[in-house]
Each structure stands twice: as structure tokens, then as C-alpha cells.
Design a protein around this ligand. Sequence first.
Ligand code: FAD
Length: 657
Amino acid sequence: MSVVDRQEWDVVVVGAGGAGLRAAIEARERGARTAVICKSLFGKAHTVMAEGGIAAAMGNANPHDNWQVHFRDTMRGGKFLNQWRMAELHAREAPDRVWELETWGALFDRTQDGKISQRNFGGHEYARLAHVGDRTGLELIRTLQQKIVALQQEDKEETGDYESRLKVFQECTVTRILKDTASDSGSAAGRVSGVFAYERESGRFFVLEAPAVVIATGGIGKSFKVTSNSWEYTGDGHALALLAGAPLLNMEFVQFHPTGMVWPPSVKGILVTESVRGDGGVLMNSDGKRFMFDYVPDVFKEKYAETEAEADRWYDDPEHNRRPPELLPRDEVARAINAEVKAGRGSPHGGVFLDVSTRMPAEVVRRRLPSMYHQFKELADVDITAEAMEVGPTCHYVMGGVAVDSDTAAARGVTGLYAAGEVAGGMHGSNRLGGNSLSDLLVFGRRAGLHAAQYAMGLPERPRVDEVQVDTAAAEALRPFSAEGPAPGEDIGEGGRPPENPYALHQELQQTMNDLVGIIRRESEMQQALKKLAELRVRARRAGVEGHRQYNPGWHLALDLRNMLLVSECVARAALERTESRGGHTREDFPSMDRAWRRINLLCRLTDPTGGLAATDPVRGQIALTRETTEPVRPDLLALFEKEELVKYLAEEELYE
Ligand code: FAD
């Protein structure tokens, strides 16, 4: 049996991006002893990479902006599949969360009259993104970290120990949520009792015992070959929740950001921020045509300019002109780029052109888009003040995620489990608007921390950690060191086979998801993907590594494969089930949005409810899919829309109701 260190906390937050840090601050401020645990260095999370800004209806750029307009834009962007109560809370609370950041020391760019500056982004009716150049996420994380240090200093004054009430465990990976299934929890799946984790550098195992766990682990992009996501984003939190017994919601909705770098190959997928278009950049094909005017769908026709002249006037006079179609929601722009490339009108390296060089003076480009200027200069030897960029879609964000209660961020079905940020589902419906993630992290990070703390502090007795689960988690984590021979139930003939290489498996998985469950989906290809995933799952059980537990990235990847395979199966199964096109889910065989599907959420659960993986059937897979009717939108929120618009989205019976 392995040595496993223990510590006791009230709340454990898994993930130190914006959602995790905001949750931890709230939990600690409510009096809960809080531990934060993150896979990479403290401060190195996707949040830090966010460029464009935080969407919040503060009305600084346009006094007509308010939470109702933001709510409407978010629902339209998500094609009305959003968990509407989340969209409401988000729109109402985002401004307070931004002002709060300012009181904690964040330095936003200012307007001429000294207010927080707000910039344009796709799908937002008014300029709404509070920003710091194109490095907004960096300032957000810096501010939250500073707040954490300030709280730790307070604790040192009182207790003599900086880490007595708020401690960060960096470069540690959680592999299992532990549960107390014995005591009466009121929940079929039991209640949370802590997490099992390993330290990446030493390979040391440890358990953080806690009655409440907040999952804030971000996205799943590393399951796809072309992605803006970095190495940590292997869908761990999604998988941890599934394994703990919580369902995942609408996993078919994966956002392909329209503008990733396409050249050189080593940087393919790296993000080109939407601010480039928000600040005036235009998309062109190889004929030099601004093609987005040909791709405005009916539901958006009234809101977007029909001519280049009107689109260009909008930047200076948004009151009297309609916005340029380059600022349509991301799913529309990504599909349009895909269609242009497919029609043979792409750029030399398989993208299209994005130009700011003819739209603004070089010095303005360097001031407003400093990161983009350096990114292209250093990585592609392209001077964006003098020539166009080449861009194409890249897997960026997952709208699907842990099914949560809108108000409390509590995960469904597992008492004591909470989820916030990108890992949580519902808020963005079928497609997220740019800038709505950073605000989502702050609004629901805070709510998750608050409710986790209240729950943990209100318990009469702490849940018990089940030693069998700890031993099983340790054995599971060690398996790659002794991975030989067939997986259970696998017939490999005589002689056996050598262990599988985790890197090779990962590449095959990424290629499969990219080619078969990517931006445009077809039934036959998704069937093929599910077969391939089943094969990879069997092979992944034999993923083997050499060496020892001290810093061993191959071992870490072997463990991450379990998560990526689980999440990929959810995406493929849900995408196959939803026979319509909506937001981040495009079916070539069902190209239109179908109003009847607006009422349907797809939930993925593990077929083996004990959370063990050995017993799953390789052919049937690990995931069971169920349909659930969405909750009707509250009438006062529906009243914010014109009836003619609702007709485009709502099912017949909903309109009648
Ligand atoms: P993250 O910030 O992704 O943090 C996740 C944390 O979980 C990390 O600390 C990670 O180490 C940890 N973790 C993961 N797995 C484990 C595990 N098993 N054990 C322990 N820890 C774990 N959104 C906007 O609104 N505006 C923008 O301008 C914008 N620009 C973007 C630019 C880029 C390049 C990218 C990639 C994304 C951008 N987004 C933007 C999206 C946004 O940044 C993310 O959706 C958001 O930051 C996610 O935040 P989070 O707190 O949910 O998770």
C-alpha cells in the first residue's frame, strides 16, 4: 500500500484560474478553511491567457447598455439553450464583479473621461468588454492572486501562519473525488469527503479531506489536434465529476474559435483574439472579398450591416449604423471561414486573411493589440501593421459541462460537489459570446465559493473518508508503471503485447476528434469516432511508462488519458444524438436549427455508477445518454424579446404557453 499524506480543510477548490481563485477568496472570506490545488504553477491557467476582456453591462461606452441587453445578447448567442437563470444572474452581477476587481487593485484601460473603457466584441450589442490592452486575463489573475496574498497576510497576523486558512498546492493533480457513501447524505451518489491527488514533481500521493469540493478545472481542448488550449486542459474536472456520479450537460457544444493561427505548423491553433475584429480588423478570402456579408443568417439579419460602407461607419457611429458581420457570434464566423476554405478561396496555408494593416495606423495596432503584434512577429515573422494575418478555426472552449444548480453552482446528484467556470455547463447554451467567460468565472466562482463554504460550515459532522477509495485511487494512479498484457476482457492472442505509448495514444485521440467530431459533423463519421474511442480506451488501459514517480510527464499523460477519453466519448455521443445544427454543434446531415430541440438537454452519465472503469463494456462504451426537457424561460425574461424574434427560437408549444 502506498504512503498517502493527509490534511483536513473545509473547502477544497480544484483549479486556480479565475473561477477557482474567486471561489477560494469567497470561501475563505466566509470563514471556511480553504485549500486551492492546481495542476500547473500558481498563476498559470487559461484565465491568464484571456486577451480581449470581461463582458459586463456597465454602460460606460454606451449609456443604453444594461443587464437586460446583456442577457438578451447572451441568450441569442447561445441560441436560447442557455440555462436562463444563469444567464440572468451573470448579466445582473457581472458589473459588480468588475468594480470589485478594481477595488482589489485591477488597473483597467480608461475612457477619456476616466471610466473603465469597454470594447466591442462579437454578438454584444454595445461595446461591453472591460479590458487591459489585450492582456485582460493577466490583470484579472494578478489581482485575484494579490487578494489571496492579502488574505494570507491577515491570517498571519492573527494565527502566526500565512497558510492557516488559505493554502495553495501548486503543480499537484487531482485524480479522484472521494465520497462518503456510508453515511446518510440524502443523495443517491453519496456526499463528498475530499480529493485524492499527486504532486507532479515528486509523485507523492496525498488526500485533502473536505466536506465541500469546488471543481474549477477549465476546458477540454487537448482532446483536439488544433486547439488554443494549453497542456493542462484534458477535461479533468469534467471526468472527475462524472466519476463521482454527477451528470455532464450538453457536451456536444464545443466552440471552435474562428481565428487561430494556421502557420507555421508548430503554432497552429494559437489564438488570434476577437479584439482584432472588434477594433476594426476585417476577414477576406483569396479574391480579396470581405466574405462575411454572404454569411449573415436569418435570425441575425436585422442587426448586421448589409454593405461595407455601413459596417465601417458603425465603428464611429454605432447609434445610426448596424454592426459589421465580422462581429457575428463565433460559431457563425467559424463556419463561414470553413466554407470559404472548402470552396477553394482560402489563404496559402489553409485559412483566410484577417487584416488590420489597412484599417488603422501602425502605431494604433501596436498600442491596442500589443500581444498580437508580438505573437505574429515572433512566431510567424509577420508584421501585422503591414500585412494580413492568416487565420482559421481552432478548438477553444467547451460550453457543455457539469450540470449545476444555477444559483448555488452545486453539481447535480453529489452532495458537497460544486462546479464553476468553463467546467460548468448551462450558462452559455450552445455558443459562448467572447468576454462572457471572464465574467462567468467571477460571478459563478463567487457563488460556488459562497455556497460551498455555507454547506461545509453548516454540517453537524464531517463526512468520513473511505480508505478503500483511497487505496483504489492510489492503485489506479500507479497502474501505468506495471501496464503489461491485455486489458480485462481483451483477446490479444498469444505472446501478449508491449505496453502502449501514452503520447501515441494521445495523438490518435486528437486526430480522431479533430477529423470525426470537429467543426462540421456527420453521422457516419461520429459512429466511426465512437468505435475508435472504444479501441483507444482498451489500449489506454495498457498505457505504460518507464522510470519512476519523480517528475515524469509520460506518467501524467497516461493518467490524463482516462479523462480525455471519457470526455471525448461524451462529446461524440451527444453530438450523434442531437440531430440539428445549433451554436457550437454543426451537423452536415441536419444543417438547420430545429425549434423542437430547444427544449432538450442531453445528459451524460457513467454507465458504471460505482465510478470504476474496469467493468465497462468496450463496445457499448462508458457513457449513458439521457434527454431532459429544459425549464421554461421565466415570462418576465421572455418579455425582454420581441415576439417576432422568439418565434425563431422557441418551440411551437412554448410560444403557445
Ligand atoms: P482555467 O483558467 O482554465 O483554470 C483551470 C485550472 O484548473 C488551472 O489552474 C489548472 O491547472 C487546474 N486544473 C486542471 N485540471 C486539474 C486537476 N486535475 N487537478 C488540479 N488542478 C487542475 N474568455 C473571455 O471571457 N475573454 C477573453 O478575452 C478570452 N480570451 C481567451 C484567450 C485564450 C488564448 C484562451 C485559451 C481562452 C480565452 N478565453 C477568454 C476563455 C477563458 O480564458 C477561459 O474560458 C477561462 O479562463 C477558464 O477559466 P477557469 O477558471 O474556468 O479555468
